[in-house]
Write a protein that binds this ligand. Structure first.
Ligand SMILES: Nc1ncnc2c1ncn2[C@@H]1O[C@H](COP(=O)(O)OP(=O)(O)OP(=O)(O)O)[C@@H](O)[C@H]1O
Ligand SMILES: [Mg+2]
Length: 361
């Protein structure tokens, strides 16, 4: 799977620009603050409906303008897919092959993209919400039903939390079982899919990590241990857990257990990575996880995703840079960097120089 063309209008610092990508290696290069990451962001947004950095869509509209429009044409197994997104103050409209989609779930699964930047260190260093976000974005691209379960779970959770803040205790205890029955169905699906995903991811990430470190270090990933058994058993157990903790949740005013509080355990050489890993180790582990993600996409979808490597080369030592580039053989890769020659090592690439929100031709 690869992106062939990208069009940007009033997006970030781009007034209007059109990109053509090759199916192999593409290098966006140029000085700092010229628009390289912005271009990468547009590609990721069109694939997933989510920006990896904007909190609100409207931050992506070019300053002083009222509306951004971006579109791309991608080629996959079943032919070309055209995705368009229009973003304005009122919201956004996304079209796939000319058809307007009403839910983000209908965008997912068309074009797959994996994004890696130095920020991805947060996946290892920060709190559990970064790891959940990673799982949610990654699994949602692979499974529309996961995304739907997650959206419904979040909606019911919000209602449950609002209810917990109510002062009428008998209203709370009468209503909670009704919410919880629904909540647990979705929670069980989320938990099971995450567990399955990590079971696939862990060995692949371990291999990628061994490759990047010449077998010097060992990366181990495991899911939240409390989820064992099939989905029905899980739903029952989650329901019981919620029921047993009514008092706690009422006192706190929110739901303190469930998939929205889970974490994954990441260890390097037998030690908790979050608290013990060095910067370089953290970076390599995060990269190994992303490379494992590529393999999962290849396996599950029968197609390679678009790999976006934003500014990661400058942070790796030479042997790891070379290894990373050689791992990208056979999949479309978009690399951003300040100096194209520092990432290529003689490999052919489509080089695009960016200057002031435009391609320098
Ligand atoms: N909504 C917006 N409107 C106009 N300009 C914006 C908007 N959002 C961001 N910019 C500008 O876009 C510029 C380029 O940002 P970008 O992150 O793409 O740079 P870059 O080329 O990746 O640089 P670096 O090498 O430092 O990572 C920044 O100067 C930023 O101020
Ligand atoms: Mg950048």
């Amino acid at each position: 799977m690869h992106i062939k063309k990208l069009y940007l209008k009033n997006f970030r610092n781009y007034a209007e620009e059109q990109f053509e990508f090759s199916p192999g290696l593409n290098v966006l290069f140029g000085k700092n603050a010229q628009g390289k990451t912005n271009c990468a962001e547009a590609v990721f947004y069109l694939c997933t409906g989510t920006s990896m950095r904007a909190r609100r869509d409207r931050q992506m509209i070019r300053s002083g303008e009222g509306r951004a429009f971006i579109s791309c044409v991608c080629q996959g197994r079943y032919g070309d897919v055209c995705i368009e997104a229009q973003i304005d103050e009122g919201g956004r409209e996304i079209k796939v092959n000319g058809n307007r989609i009403s839910r983000n779930a209908d965008l997912l699964g068309n074009v797959f993209a994996i994004f890696f930047s130095p920020q991805e260190l947060r996946l290892i260093q920060d709190g559990p919400d970064e790891r959940r976000k990673f799982l949610n974005i990654s699994i949602s691209q692979l499974s529309r039903s996961y995304y739907v379960a997650l959206s419904r779970y979040n909606k019911i959770l919000e209602q449950r939390n609002n209810l917990l803040k109510n002062r009428d205790i008998s209203l709370i205890t009468d209503t909670l079982p009704v919410w919880d029955a629904q909540l647990c169905r979705y929670a069980a699906e989320i938990a099971r899919r995450r567990t399955d995903y990590i079971a696939k991811l862990a060995p692949l990430a371990g291999d990628a990590h061994a490759y990047l470190t010449d077998g010097q270090e060992k990366l181990e990933i495991s899911p939240d241990k409390k989820y064992k058994g099939n989905e029905e058993e899980l739903a029952v157990r989650l329901f019981d857990e919620l029921t047993a903790n009514y008092d706690r949740d009422i006192r706190l005013g929110f739901t303190a257990s469930g998939p929205h509080r889970d974490d994954i355990d990441i260890q390097i050489n037998g030690q908790d990575a979050k608290n013990f890993a060095s910067q370089g180790q953290t970076r390599t582990a995060a990269l190994a996880i992303k490379l494992a993600e590529v393999e999962i996409f290849r396996d599950v979808c029968g197609e390679t995703p678009i790999l976006i490597l934003d500014d990661v080369m400058s942070e790796l030592d030479l042997p790891r840079r070379k290894k990373l580039v050689s791992r990208t053989e056979g999949l479309q890769t978009i690399i951003t960097c300040t100096h194209a020659e520092r990432v290529l090592y003689g490999r052919q690439a489509n080089k695009i120089m960016i200057e002031g929100g435009a391609i320098r031709r």
